[in-house]
Design a protein around this ligand. Structure first.
Ligand code: NAP
Ligand code: HSE
Length: 428
């Protein structure tokens, strides 16, 4: 009879406890599906006395995750602590060196050190699996690596941070400002330990770096991503974008261009009636485009105990079945170093300006755009509140460089109050 697959789990927080629950609840089902028992042998966390709501009495306790990773009686090391360095990295390396496969939910670790770790895994004849690291419960890594392996991928994009989508959609539906919703997310426990990872777009950019690597056969390049968070988005932007037929999303886009690999994580406008525009709350959505399949849209819960543990267990089951796929879908040593395309392809932009009540003000704005080579598609001016009138402009496709020239012009003119807002409109 085939031997059990023996797990060592480091990290018994939200995700780790979820994994323990599934292994205990579905022992027979997992065995029937994979042909092997899946057993937890040992666990590690910081506090051995914390009540975690699950029975851990059957498992050996290790205070040091590196020691857990090296144990002779485990086959798979499951890293669910988090952090791009420290014990997460040290223990994953120890596991690989001592002949264990690794399953992790740690997007930060892999976005920063993925290439190095993938090479270590291959040198040791082991694999690293990370379905839970991107878009929580959505099986996007498996879809991209396996189901869509026959496609040349042309674009990957999506909403991959549930906290930001929750804030942006609640701003719209509840008429609450960004700061109040940020505080609400903190109270609900939605925010990462460092909230800037969420609202600054960094967490979502970690995920995009991993998807881009698989999609385009390139080394994960987090530093090559243009990142902008949602902190500057106001209720006015939400309202006025809606008025023009758009919703604002923290959207990640990766695509190959003639100028290199474009990777962006920034607030963008998408049509209100598109699947991305309709995405509510903490839900994630990933859109994958390939030359044969055309477009696949994956939608589901991006975080939380059950969804993330579901993704971890998908990886564990694949290992139980003996599936060995290189970390980023092809041998790590064959991944290319892609030149980052610093500026995105031309796109239409949404601009919001505060126009001062002066004769000829609108003409000056139009002239600045014209001089910068930016063509106006639509424009709307609202009534003046005190001395300033909001003006919304949707441009035809233009480059960010041309737009920046116009934004400089607005700053220098005497008819625009405050900082103009410029958001890219993504074709989805
Ligand atoms: P969490 O609730 O904060 O749990 C972290 C766990 O790691 C805790 O049990 C903690 O121990 C343990 N830990 C931390 N440092 C340790 C150390 N030095 N030695 C041993 N144990 C240590 O985190 P989480 O939300 O489960 O997230 C875990 C991983 O999944 C992270 O990489 C995260 O980015 C990723 N992820 C999470 C979600 C989600 O929805 N939560 C979704 C996708 C991916 P104590 O409990 O004793 O403090
Ligand atoms: N902080 C992340 C989010 C958790 O809000 O999506 C899941 O990675």
């Amino acid at each position: 009879m085939t031997q059990a697959l023996r797990l060592g789990i480091a990290g018994l927080g939200t995700v780790g406890v979820g994994v323990v629950k599934i292994v205990r609840r579905h022992a027979e089902m997992l065995k029937a599906r994979t042909g092997r028992s899946i057993e937890i042998v040992a666990v590690s966390a910081r506090d051995p006395n914390k009540d975690r709501g699950v029975n851990l009495a059957d498992y050996a306790w290790e205070t040091d995750p590196v020691a857990l990773a090296k144990r002779d009686d485990i086959d798979v090391y499951v890293e669910l602590m988090g952090g791009e360095n420290g014990p997460a990295k040290a223990s994953v390396e120890a596991a690989l060196v001592s002949g264990k496969d690794v399953v992790t939910a740690n997007k930060a670790l892999l976005a920063i050190h993925g290439q190095e770790l993938a090479e270590q895994a291959e040198a040791a004849g082991r694999v690293i699996r990370f379905e839970a690291a991107v878009a929580g419960g959505i099986p996007v890594i498996k879809s991209l690596t396996e189901g869509l392996a026959g496609n040349e991928i042309t674009r990957v994009m999506g909403v991959m941070n549930g906290t930001c989508n929750y804030i942006l959609t609640r701003m719209q539906s509840q008429r609450q400002g960004y700061n109040a919703l940020f505080d609400e997310c903190a109270e609900l426990g939605y925010l990462e330990a460092d909230p800037n990872l969420d609202v600054g777009g960094i967490d979502a950019a970690h995920k995009l770096a991993l998807l881009a690597s698989i999609a385009f056969g390139t080394k994960p390049n987090f530093d090559g991503i243009e990142i902008e968070g949602i902190q500057q988005i106001s209720l006015d932007d939400i309202d006025q974008a809606e008025d023009m037929g758009f919703r604002i999303k923290l959207l990640g886009v990766a695509q190959r261009t003639a100028r290199g690999l474009e990777q962006r994580m920034q607030p963008c406008l998408v049509p209100s009636d598109s699947p991305l525009g309709q995405l509510e709350g903490g839900t994630n959505m990933v859109v994958i485009e390939g030359d044969a399949v055309e477009q696949v849209v994956l939608r589901g819960p991006g975080a939380g105990e059950g969804p993330t543990a579901s993704a971890v267990m998908g990886d564990v089951c694949d290992l139980a079945r003996g599936l060995q796929i290189p970390t980023f879908g092809r041998p790590a040593t064959s991944l290319e170093t892609a030149a980052p395309a610093v500026t995105g392809l031309p796109a239409p932009y949404y601009l919001r300006l505060g126009l001062l009540d002066k004769p000829g003000a609108l003409a000056k704005v139009a002239a600045i755009l014209g001089d910068a080579g930016v063509s106006i598609d639509r424009m709307r001016q609202y009534a003046h509140a005190e001395s300033t009138a909001p003006v919304l402009i949707v441009t035809h496709k233009t480059t960010r460089a041309a737009l920046d020239v116009a934004l400089d012009g607005f700053r220098e003119t005497d008819v625009v109050a405050g900082a103009p807002v410029a958001l890219r409109i993504e074709e989805v």
